[in-house]
Design a protein around this ligand. Sequence first.
Ligand SMILES: [Zn+2]
Length: 229
Amino acid sequence: MPDEFLTRLRRFHTDSFPAYQTTFENLVHDGQRPSTLFIGCSDSRVLPYLLTGAGPGELFLVRNVGGFVPPFDGSSGYHGTAAAIEYATLNLGVQRIVVCGHSHCGAIRGLYGETCEEAHHLKAWLNLGRDAMLPVAEPSPEALRRTEQRAVILQLERLMDYPMVRRRVEERRLTLHGWHYVIEDGQVDVFDVQSGHFIPASKSLHSGTGPYVDPPADAGEQAVAPQVP
Ligand SMILES: [Zn+2]
């Protein structure tokens, strides 16, 4: 049986890499300076580079089941996603954090169903989406869509509990963006804090906002979070 991935690795080196060689050499020589931390679901149908048209060195990626952000609680354990958020903001100085959910997300559907007994970590991990759930026993496709979008906003709110994120957002050195990718339409809906809704990127005037109204420069108080759809 042929080793398909060996064939692909060889093909990458001979066919694809030469076009990018100089770019990668520069990224090694100068180091990476990604503009964006992209937090998305591990789902194989979500392709951040394809969606954004980004090239090498542009996106610092964190992917996990559901595209969730754990709380900044400093509790014991290994926090890969939290570590990546800290590294991206403190070391790499990203200017943008995207949280990208998507249609037909297994993690969101999993919130409403049974989790395999053996999957201890998965069961605990899904708790990070529970506050986005709607009070329905058997969710309709529309309820799942709304839960997926509410989960994006929930993760953005949790990001604001990271002191280094909040500080940079308040200093306007960092922007937060909520996205919901509809796989079958090739459409990304972006969260708009003014309307409290997700708007198709084709109709939006911006690439998404965080869950907070950007306060005027001299306003001391944070604006009120909008109604979550
Ligand atoms: Zn997913």
